[in-house]
Every structure is written in C-alpha cells, then in structure tokens.
Write a protein that binds this ligand. Structure first.
Ligand code: FES
Length: 124
C-alpha cells in the first residue's frame, strides 16, 4: 500500500513501493520507507535531513481543495517520484495521501501530480 503522510511542519513520510527517478527517467533509488523534503531547505534533496526544524518551516499539511481521483482502487504498485530541477517532485502511481489532523485527504487511485504541500522553490 502506497501512503504519503503530510507531516505537520515537516517532510512527506512515504511508505510502499517507491521509486526515485531523475527527470530523464533513470531510477536512482528504490525505497519502501522514506521521508521527502517539502520545506526546500534539505542539503540532501529529495530526502529530508532535518533542516526544517532549524529553519522555522511551518505548514500544517492541511489540504487545499482538489479534485478527487476517479479510480479508487488499492494504492499498490510502484509509486514513482520524479526529481525536477527547481520544482516540486512529480508523483505517478497509485497512492493515498494522509495528514495527522485531517486523516485521509486523497483516497487511493491512479494519481499524477506534484508533492502535496510542497513549498520548495529549490528542490530537488
Ligand atoms: S522537510 Fe525536512 S529538511 Fe525539508
């Protein structure tokens, strides 16, 4: 099951079958559990290095209104995370998005999109 938890004031906690991919399509990492930076301050992008704690990053992870996916199948298979220069990460695959406060905010489905709550202008 691919799940992305938008942590309050912190990274995206990702669990499942995850591939980290360059913009050219080269797989650079395969993960089952990883924390992706969404503050833009990590020195080890796309991964969180804890810098959000010292830079004062504040974002509750509360969802913005968004269209619901039409496919509500199980969030399984590969979640592909594509790195983009000076832009948010691109997510392709089946996954669900959760926040500690709101719970499930985007049910499983065939999603494509950018990392939720991404504020980075310098990532990866
Ligand atoms: S979210 Fe942790 S360093 Fe950016």
């Amino acid at each position: 099951m691919n799940t992305i938890l938008v942590t309050a004031n912190g990274p995206l906690e990702c669990r499942g079958e995850i591939e980290i991919v360059t913009a050219a399509g080269t797989v650079v990492a395969k993960e089952t559990e990883t924390w992706l930076c969404r503050c833009g301050q990590s020195a080890n992008k796309p991964y969180c290095d804890g810098s959000h704690k010292t830079t004062g990053f504040r974002d509750t992870g509360a969802p913005a209104p968004a269209a619901q996916p039409t496919d509500t199948g199980r969030p399984e298979g590969v979640l592909r995370v594509t790195l983009r220069l000076n832009g948010p990460l691109r997510l392709d695959g089946r996954f669900e998005v959760r926040t500690p406060a709101a719970g499930l905010i985007s049910p499983a489905g065939g999603h494509e999109g950018e990392t939720p709550g991404s504020r980075s202008e310098t990532s990866p």
